[in-house]
Design a protein. Structure first.
Length: 165
């Protein structure tokens, strides 16, 4: 078994466990792994309540994550996002609906979930549509910039330089 070398570590004010449960409910092959609680010493240093949830280890589609209840000092922003590559429009629609529930769709396939974490929900073929012929890439980019949730049919049509609907 290959050991994961890099693990995303997410800082939440106090929603680490709720976020981990939310994410593991959306993605297949996902699970909660471990919940660690603040000890007396940890509570004293952090200002968090003793025995409250400190970290939650979980997996999303086999990728390990750790969520920390660290307080209000840091907030998520778009400088870091998670990309979900989808083979079909049905999958794009599914992940968009689930992850944006209580959050907001932003633009170009980006959304913020209800915890403020940024996600990009994109079709697998986006790289193919955006590479090669510069004119084709330009048409695809123009179509993409018009969208919040990405639409595979419209992106393919743009690649073929057909009129956009």
């Amino acid at each position: 078994m290959l050991m994961q070398k890099i693990t995303p570590f997410l800082w939440f004010e106090n929603q680490a466990e709720a976020a981990a449960k939310f994410y593991t409910s959306i993605f297949k092959k996902s699970k909660m792994l471990n919940v660690a609680r603040y000890t007396e010493a940890g509570a004293k240093v952090s200002g968090r309540p003793k025995n409250s949830v400190m970290t939650v280890a979980f997996e999303i589609a086999g990728q390990k994550f750790i969520a920390l209840n660290g307080g209000p000092e840091f907030k998520f922003n778009e400088a870091i996002s998670f990309v979900v590559s989808c083979k079909t429009q049905k999958k794009i629609d599914y992940f968009w609906k689930k992850l944006s529930a209580g959050g907001e769709g932003v633009h170009c396939g980006w959304l913020k979930d209800k915890f403020g974490v940024s996600w990009q929900i994109v079709p697998d073929l986006l790289d193919e549509l955006m590479s090669g012929d510069p004119a084709k890439s330009q048409w695809v980019m123009q179509a993409l910039l018009q969208m919040k949730k990405l639409d595979i049919k419209k992106l393919k049509a743009a690649a073929k330089r057909k009129e956009q609907a």
